[in-house]
Design a binder for this molecule. Structure first.
Ligand code: 13P
Length: 341
């Protein structure tokens, strides 16, 4: 393992003014997104949609540091035969790959999940590296509910995250370590804080035990937020203050950067939260975005599967990418949203 090189890639992923496009929806998830805009989820439509994003010149070259791909996409070619990976590289962004294989029910733990995909992972990583991937992603899912999460679910998911991260580094691939605490419940922000703290502490304990070099990884956590169904929604300033406090308590400064998931926040909330956190600096690590929904909901709607809407889709994507890029520097202003609208 060459840690200097891994660290260089990790630093590039969290360059100030840039962030990561999470375009790694599994076939099931992208079908849900396409259903919402009335587009059939065929291989060609998925290709056309992602090609539209990767050919968004301004967004990709100025605001996107890396793109997380799904297995199907990393092997796909654009309409003119160019591999989609090459489009990403040509824009100056780094190709990455989602390598977990989703979740399964965790035995003896009703309602809880464990992320799978470690079997043959070493071989798969080698093939992805040859295709151009320089970073990877593995997502663990922790749900908050009555009596959950159990320490069992937290432990097995942290163990798998560390196994994956060590395998990535051995193949010269930067692991994005993503332990996602879901925001689906009716819990308040303090419960989210407590659970996320337990999850992050266990995750870093496992990363140490399994000798993962913290300088060669990127953390992708949830923010400390109120559950979606909680009657009391914490305001932006509280989310920012509590999330930064939580991360300072749990994430060693050796980690080059933290790239948040959006997790079901609205586009503008995800941007406002990131911006408010970056205004609380100086911070020990870079804070940026690795958004899926909060970057893509607008372009998906604008595109709606029609070739004549490609320019509109690209401009919606460019706008969200620019807003989040500004937020990664703490320079966003809600007035910029209204102007664009
Ligand atoms: P969201 O931003 O839509 O949560 O997606 C990010 C991601 O990669 C989840 O694994």
């Amino acid at each position: 393992m060459n840690l200097t090189e891994l660290n260089k890639v990790a630093q590039a992923m969290v360059t100030p003014g840039k962030g990561i496009l999470a375009a790694d929806e599994s076939s099931g998830t992208i079908k849900k997104r396409f259903d919402a805009i009335g587009v059939e989820s065929t291989e060609d439509n998925r290709r056309d949609y992602r090609e539209m994003l990767f050919r968004s010149k301004d967004a990709m070259s100025q605001h996107i540091s890396g793109v997380i791909l799904y297995d199907e996409t990393i092997w796909q070619n654009a309409k003119d035969g160019t591999p989609l990976v090459k489009l990403i590289e040509a824009s100056g962004a780094i190709p990455g790959i989602k390598v977990d294989e989703g979740t399964q029910a965790l035995p003896m733990c009703p309602g809880e999940l464990v992320t799978v995909g470690l079997d043959k992972l070493a071989e798969r990583l080698k093939k992805y590296y040859e295709r151009g991937a320089r970073f990877a992603k593995w997502r663990a899912v922790i749900d908050i509910g009555s009596g959950i999460p159990s320490m069992t679910a937290i432990s097995v998911n942290a163990h798998a995250l560390a196994r994956y991260a060590a395998l990535c580094q051995a193949t010269q691939i930067v692991p994005i370590v993503e332990p996602e605490v879901l925001m689906d419940g009716d819990h308040d922000i303090d419960r989210c804080y407590d659970v996320t703290q337990r999850v992050l502490n266990k995750t870093f304990q496992e990363l140490r035990v399994q000798r993962v070099a913290l300088e060669g990884m990127v953390l992708k956590p949830n923010m400390a937020v109120s559950g979606k169904k909680c009657p009391k929604q914490a305001p932006v300033a509280e989310v920012a203050e509590k999330t930064v406090r939580l991360l300072k308590a749990c994430v060693p400064a050796a980690v080059p950067g933290i790239a948040f998931l959006s997790g079901g926040q609205s586009d503008e909330e995800a941007t406002a939260h990131l911006d408010a956190m970056n205004r609380l600096g100086p911070l020990p690590w870079r804070l940026t975005f690795s958004y899926g929904r909060a970057l893509q909901a607008a372009p998906q709607k604008a595109w709606s599967g029609k070739a004549e809407n490609v320019a509109a889709g690209q401009s919606a994507f460019a706008h969200r990418a620019r807003m989040n890029a500004l937020a990664s520097r703490g320079e966003w202003d809600s007035g910029l949203e209204k102007k664009a609208a």
